[in-house]
Unconditional design. Sequence first.
Length: 283
Amino acid sequence: MTRSKQSRWQITGWATGLAAALTTAIAGATPAASAAALPDPRPLGAKVFKGWALDTCHAPSLATLRAWNSSRYRAVGVYYAGRGRACASQPNLTVSWMRGVKSMKWQVLPIFVGSQSPCVRNTNKKHVPIGGKPFSQGQAEGKDAVARAKALSLKKRSALYLDMEAYDLKRTSCAAKTLSFIRGWNREVRSRGFFPGFYSSAESGVRHVEQARRAGVHDLPSVMWFARWNGKPSLYGESTLAKSAWNPHRRIHQYRGNVDVTHGGRKLRIDRNKVDAPVAIIK
């Protein structure tokens, strides 16, 4: 969810490197356990929202969200934690803000921007690379993600979304390290009673994780938030994902980014999203 324009580059020559990365990540996995279709998350305690969402770098004020009640949007993505956040200062993001959002019947998509792939394409994210012990680092950051969520009054069974900006799949060791970090983060978040979601470019992290799913890798995300800025919202038409994967109620499509929109006299620069997925559960 970089604030700069998303590239529409096409991945070429990624297959060989990806296969090697998956071999590294797969060790000991039972294919059927991870490749099987996921169940409806609602009986598992998730709160599912279906509709339109915006995400923006700074959490909007409650007055702005109240003005935006005139729009079709009813969910907001907030960058609540992580050392890779572009907007680390979040003056509006407090427990009272969360409860105010809840009282206005808005939903929240909490986004954690942690360490990034060593071969991340966004130059603004190169200062926070995944280190030499990616799985344990992912676990440590997953623990932090849960602690920060609880501090904002989010309950268990909330969804927390890891933001992994686009990276170079052709670089075998980097791809393997990135997937290991993602899996460590997911395992920790899941073990603490939250739903681990994953955001990335459709042609990068999303393609990578889908290939891992097909190969039977464990500790993958519970929810998939894919960025393809084609201006055409489509939850189940994404070419990099099997239609049966992350289904039902486990997908978000970010279909356009960095657009200026005004409602009720309040302007925001937002990314546009169509949602059928778990959100935060606020105390």
